[in-house]
Design a protein around this ligand. Structure first.
Ligand SMILES: NC(=O)c1ccc[n+]([C@@H]2O[C@H](COP(=O)([O-])OP(=O)(O)OC[C@H]3O[C@@H](n4cnc5c(N)ncnc54)[C@H](O)[C@@H]3O)[C@@H](O)[C@H]2O)c1
Length: 340
C-alpha cells in the first residue's frame, strides 16, 4: 500500500505527554501539527503554558479540534498531508471515570474511531496511540507482560484503553493500517498533570497540608520519567510494524498479530511503594509530609510493574531514569512554574 509521507500529527499536544513528544520532535528539527481541545479536566492555564512553549518553534502548528467532532477531524485530515500520527489526546484518570463515564466514551471511543477512520483514508504510514498499564486490571502475575491476557479491566478508563487496542487491531487487519499501542506506566516529570500523585503530594507538602495515602501507602507503582516515555515513542515511530510471521492463530499471542499490529509496555521496570515516593519528595523538598492513611479506592490496582523485554528487543531501549533524579527535576520545575 502506498503510504502518506506528510507531516507528523501529535494529538493531545497541550497535555503532559503530548507536550513533551512535540517538544522533542521540534527540537530534532521536525515539523509538528498538533491537535487538542484544551478541555478543563484540569487547569487550562497549564495546557496554554505548554502550548506557549511549543509556539516558539517555527515548525509548530496547532489546531483546536475535538476528537469527538467527526467533521472537524475529517477537515483537519483534508487540510493537511498527515504521514504519521502520535495519538496522545484522550480522557485520562482512573478515579474520574467512576463518576464521569461519558467523557471516556466520547474522547476515547468515539474520538479513537475518528482517528482510525482518518488514518485509514489518509493512508497514514504509522499510528502510535496511548494505551495504559491499567489494562492489566486484575492481573497479579508480575511483571505485567504484553503477552498476557488483559480481559479483566477494573475501571471504565481501563476498559476504553483496552477497547482502543482491539479497535486498532481490526483496522490493522482490515485496512493494513500499521498500529502500535503503548501501555504507559505512571508517567511523571516537569509539566506533569496536577491530578497525579507526584503533583498532589508536592503541592500539599509545600503548603504544609496533609496528604492521603490509599491502601496505607502500600500501593506500588512503576513510576516512569516522561523523557523515557518520549524516547520510547520516538524510537518506535520509525519502527513501523508489519505482520508478525511467527504469530499463530492456534495459540494467539495478545501482543502481536498476523496484522501490522504491536503492543509495548513503556515502564521503569522498577515498582516503588507510594510511601517511598513520599520519602523522596520530602528529601527533595526539605519538608516532612503530614500523612493520612486510607483504604484502597475502587478502580485502583495495588501494583503495576512493566515487563519491557519487547521494547529492548525491538528498539534497544529501556527506561532507566532513577526516581530520585526525576523527582528532583519535577520539583525544580514545580517551584519555578508556580513562582515558589
Ligand atoms: N500520564 C500517565 O501516567 C499516563 C499513563 C498511562 C496512559 N496515559 C495516557 O496517555 C495519554 C496522554 O496522557 P497525559 O498524561 O498527557 O494526559 P493529559 O490529560 O495531560 O493530556 C491529554 C490531552 O488530550 C486533550 N484531550 C482530551 N480529550 C480530548 C478530545 N476529545 N479532543 C481533543 N483533545 C482532547 C486534553 O485537553 C489534554 O491536553 C492519555 O491517553 C492517557 O490516558 C497516561
Amino acid at each position: 500500500m502506498q503510504t502518506n509521507q506528510g507531516i507528523t500529527l501529535v494529538t493531545g499536544a497541550a497535555g503532559f505527554i503530548g507536550y513533551h513528544v512535540a517538544h522533542r520532535l521540534l527540537k530534532d528539527g521536525e515539523e509538528v501539527l498538533a491537535l487538542d481541545n484544551l478541555n478543563p479536566y484540569y487547569d487550562v492555564r497549564l495546557k496554554e503554558a505548554r502550548l506557549a512553549q511549543l509556539n516558539r518553534f517555527s515548525g509548530f502548528r496547532f489546531e483546536a479540534v475535538d476528537l469527538a467532532d467527526r467533521a472537524g477531524m475529517e477537515r483537519l485530515f483534508a487540510q493537511h498531508s498527515i504521514g504519521r500520527v502520535i495519538h496522545l489526546a484522550g480522557q485520562a484518570g482512573v478515579r474520574y471515570s467512576l463518576n464521569n463515564p461519558h467523557a471516556y466514551t466520547e474522547s476515547n471511543i468515539t474520538g479513537f474511531l475518528h482517528i482510525l477512520e482518518c488514518c485509514r483514508h489518509a493512508r497514514v504510514e504509522h499510528l502510535i496511540y496511548a494505551s495504559s498499564s491499567s489494562v492489566y486490571g486484575g492481573n497479579t502475575r508480575v511483571p505485567f507482560s504484553v503477552h498476557d491476557n488483559v480481559d479483566h479491566p477494573v475501571s471504565l478508563y481501563a476498559a476504553t484503553k483496552k477497547a482502543n487496542e482491539v479497535m486498532a487491531h481490526s483496522y490493522a487487519h482490515l485496512f493494513g493500517l500499521p498500529c502500535t499501542g503503548l501501555r504507559f506506566f505512571t508517567v511523571y516529570g516537569p509539566w506533569g498533570r496536577p491530578d497525579m500523585a507526584t503533583s498532589i503530594f508536592t503541592k500539599a507538602i509545600l503548603a504544609g497540608e496533609p496528604i492521603t495515602l490509599f491502601n496505607d501507602g502500600r500501593m506500588r507503582r512503576d513510576f516512569t520519567y516522561v523523557d523515557d516515555i518520549v524516547e520510547g515513542i520516538v524510537r518506535l515511530l520509525d519502527h513501523v510494524p508489519g505482520p508478525d510471521p511467527t504469530w499463530s492463530a492456534e495459540s494467539p499471542d495478545p501482543g502481536s498479530s498476523s496484522a501490522p499490529y504491536r503492543i509495548y509496555n513503556i515502564g521503569n521496570n522498577q515498582p516503588v511503594e507510594l510511601l517511598d515516593l513520599v520519602t523522596i519528595l520530602e528529601r527533595t523538598i526539605g519538608r516532612e509530609a503530614v500523612k493520612q492513611f486510607a483504604p484502597m479506592q475502587p478502580g485502583d490496582v495495588p501494583s503495576t510493574y512493566a515487563d519491557v523485554d519487547d521494547l529492548i528487543r525491538d528498539v534497544g531501549f529501556r527506561p532507566a531514569t532513577p526516581l530520585e533524579v526525576g523527582v528532583e527535576r519535577f520539583v525544580a520545575w514545580y517551584r519555578e512554574y508556580h513562582g515558589l
